[in-house]
Design a protein around this ligand. Structure first.
Ligand code: FE2
Length: 279
């Protein structure tokens, strides 16, 4: 398939699946690096739980500071009521975020390749900035659901320019909680914003219409696949109750010339300015 038809499909569907975009070796390097970083993390210091169930969205200082560092978020089911880990630390982590693409050389090398910079330009970016990175573990048996959402809810610019690059570091299947998306759902507009006021962050509903969950299509993909997601595309992933992990790495990009909302949760430390693919 030619790149032009890929781009036109992306405009129509709001997502694009590119199998074999990265090598198995690159995927393994990133998973090895994550395992190393997890060994340095002391869960007792920061029992920060990640959940996407709205009423319980975790918005403490540790979360807000993660805009500019490498932070570790735990699964909802990884701790007891007193905050003690009830599963091995390797299984407890939900995700690592949100600035490892700028702070860690292994993540930096994975995130800044010529292929990815070229793709961003073909997608229409004039001057793309790497805003946020997440290593998502979706560990066996404990990996939690991510409720249906649009990434522009969290990473809002005017005009809306957020695009997500979602890399399958391992095979993603319905069994282990692959990505699911609503084809064309990006054309229905933004349903909510996640707005920050000081240290408080909450959802503001813009459109009450419920997601047509029956329209979700599973995106089962092999290791090394890149899925490009329009910031307005509704997507979801189920909990992983299987015995296989489903690690993924995501990178979110915005256009430098767009106005970045001052009330987005993610506000980078001015000492760590956003950079492009050529940095
Ligand atoms: Fe997302």
């Amino acid at each position: 398939m030619s790149m032009d038809s890929d781009i036109s499909r992306f405009r129509t569907d709001g997502f694009l699946v590119l199998e074999g975009f990265v090598s198995a070796g690159a995927c393994r390097d990133l998973m090895d690096r994550a395992a190393q970083l997890i060994q340095t993390f002391e869960p007792g210091d920061h029992p920060s739980i990640f959940t996407t169930h709205e009423q319980r969205r975790h918005t403490d200082r540790y979360f807000l500071d993660s805009a500019s560092n490498i932070s570790f978020f735990l699964e909802e089911d990884a701790c007891d009521a007193a905050g003690r880990l009830v599963v091995p630390r390797e299984r407890a982590v939900n995700k690592i975020g949100h600035a490892q693409h700028d702070l860690d050389p292994v993540y930096g090398a994975f995130s800044r390749t010529g292929d990815l910079g070229d793709l961003a330009r073909r997608l229409g970016f004039a001057d793309p900035l790497l805003l946020q990175s997440m290593h998502i573990f979706k560990n066996p048996e404990i990996g939690g659901e991510v409720t249906c959402h649009q990434d522009s809810t969290f990473l809002y610019t005017e005009p809306m320019t957020c695009v997500g690059f979602w890399f399958a570091l391992e095979d993603a299947t319905l069994e282990n909680g692959c990505l699911q998306a609503i084809p064309g759902g990006h054309r229905a507009g933004l349903k909510s914003r996640f707005r920050r006021n000081g240290d408080d962050v909450r959802f503001e509903t813009l459109d009450e219409t419920p997601w047509p969950m029956e329209a979700l299509v599973p995106l089962e993909v092999p290791q090394g696949t890149l899925i490009v997601l329009d910031g307005l595309l509704p997507h979801f992933s189920a909990a992983n109750r299987s015995d296989k992990s489903r690690q993924a790495y995501t990178l979110h990009v915005i256009e430098r010339g767009a106005r970045y909302a001052a009330d987005n949760w993610l506000q980078r430390d001015p000492a760590l300015p956003l950079l492009g693919f050529d940095a």
